[in-house]
Design a protein around this ligand. Structure first.
Ligand code: 2IT
Length: 437
């Protein structure tokens, strides 16, 4: 790690993700002479390629704006680079390297043939008009198109990038290369998108949670759940958790959180979609509409719940939050966001509760992306039931992989270790087979 730190100065998020993997796979790695001989860990920590580019565009006032675009192509040992595009003012190279690194392990865990990548821009979608969104997406793609392709790199959405933005980016890609291919996932249904893709990350996290509970002889019925965020991931998780009999009592935004004692229902979950499309990035209107308390500038981790599911952004749940949850009787934390817990919080949660890391628990999104790629290659569409059943099976298998590699002598499952070793093995074997490239 000293060498990694020296080579990547100031990249705190990337170093946090790398440190966690190095720590948890270390004993396993040391016990395998081949991995050491081929310097697999050293090579895996170095991205294959990072592209950084200028994105100039013109806003509604006619003024020129300049943003920075990125695509981190982390690892292509087991398939084309695959991972989302994030538009958020917090986007940096360090952030995208952490996400691309995690994505490599996550995609390996899905068992589908996808390498790891991530991209994005420091562009802030908040308050932008539809025309501005389109001009920005087109400008972004005017450079990105030369680095991606259906067998090279297949982006998707992430924070700030939904079906609308994917449509704009896909349109410009298609115009520039003059080819209709499955180069993006998360596409609209009309032009190759998969059913269940919007729900997939949230549904997958709840399927994973169902397996965690089953291992303890429990189920979702009557469990109270705190969610953060009110975007796509939070929405899908709320939908499936509610369907399975749990009571979701919080959602949140950058402005604070709402506490809905009676729990979300279908009408309220539908309203989450409306809130998101307003593009204001605030959750407070929910409290007015449904007459429930709103806690400005606070995080939902102070309420009494059985299960907490961070669904927003990296490091959104710190050690203090984690201790508060624990003291209030929370038994499980499931990361639906990528690296939602700070490193010390993840350690505390693993030691004192049951904790599932994002690269295992939120793999449902990219799994259905993989299924979208399959459908595009076959030029046919599966039904809702077919896709959902495959997603369910993939999440159940990822859980089994975590149990296989993460079971401790005391009977507890260390899901961080299980996910990291489980994801590592396939990529490592493929890299060894392909030689020093
Ligand atoms: O973090 C993630 O796994 C995603 N944003 C989804 C990536 C994808 O390619 O569907």
């Amino acid at each position: 790690m000293d060498a990694v730190k020296a080579k990547n100065p100031g990249e705190d998020e990337f170093l946090q993700a790398a440190q966690e993997v190095v720590e948890t796979v270390w004993d396993f790695y040391q016990s395998n002479e081949r991995y050491k001989k081929y310097k697999i860990l050293e090579r895996m920590i170095e991205p294959e390629r990072c592209v950084i580019f200028r994105v100039p565009w013109i806003d509604d006032k006619g003024e020129i704006q300049v943003n920075r675009g990125y695509r981190v192509q982390f690892n292509s040992a087991i398939g084309p680079y695959k991972g989302g595009i994030r538009f958020h003012p917090s986007v940096t190279l360090s952030g995208l390297k952490f996400l691309g690194f995690e994505q490599t392990f996550k995609n390996s865990l899905t068992s589908l043939p996808m390498g790891g990548g991530k991209g994005g821009s420091d562009f802030n979608p908040k308050g932008k008009s539809e025309n501005e969104m389109m001009r920005f997406c087109h400008a972004f793609m005017c450079e990105l198109f030369r680095h991606i392709g259906p067998n090279t790199d297949v982006p998707a959405g992430d924070i700030g990038v939904g079906a609308r933005e994917i449509g704009f980016m896909y349109g410009m890609y298609k115009k520039l290369v003059n080819e209709f291919t499955g180069v993006f996932t998360g596409k609209g249904r009309e032009y190759g998108g998969s059913l269940i893709r919007p729900e997939a990350t949230g549904f997958g996290a709840i399927y994973f949670l169902r397996e965690m509970l089953a291992l303890k002889g429990k189920n979702m019925k009557g469990m109270t759940v705190a969610l953060s965020g009110f975007g796509n991931v939070s929405w899908g998780a709320a939908l499936k958790a509610t369907e399975l009999g749990a009571k979701v009592v919080t959602i949140s935004g950058p402005d604070g959180y709402i506490y809905d004692e009676n729990g979300l229902n279908n009408e309220k979950i539908d309203y989450m979609v409306e809130l998101r499309s307003s593009n204001n990035d605030i959750v407070e209107p929910y409290s007015k509409k449904f007459n429930v308390p709103f806690f400005p500038k606070r995080k939902p981790w102070e309420v009494k719940v059985d299960i907490a599911i961070p669904c927003a952004i990296q490091n959104e749940l710190n050690l203090d939050d984690c201790k508060k949850l624990y003291e209030n009787g929370c038994q499980m934390i499931v990361e639906a966001s990528n690296m939602g817990l700070t490193a010390d919080a993840a350690t505390f949660a693993t030691e004192n509760m049951v904790f599932a890391p994002g690269k295992a628990a939120n793999a449902g999104g990219v799994s259905v992306s993989g299924l979208e790629m399959t459908q595009n290659s076959m030029r046919l569409n599966w039904t809702t039931e077919e896709v959902d059943e495959k997603l369910n099976q993939i999440m159940t298998n990822i859980h089994a992989t975590c149990v296989k590699w993460g079971s401790e002598p005391n009977g507890k499952v260390n899901y961080i270790k299980g996910a990291n070793i489980g994801g590592f093995v396939k990529v490592a074997e493929a890299m060894i087979a392909q030689g020093v490239v």
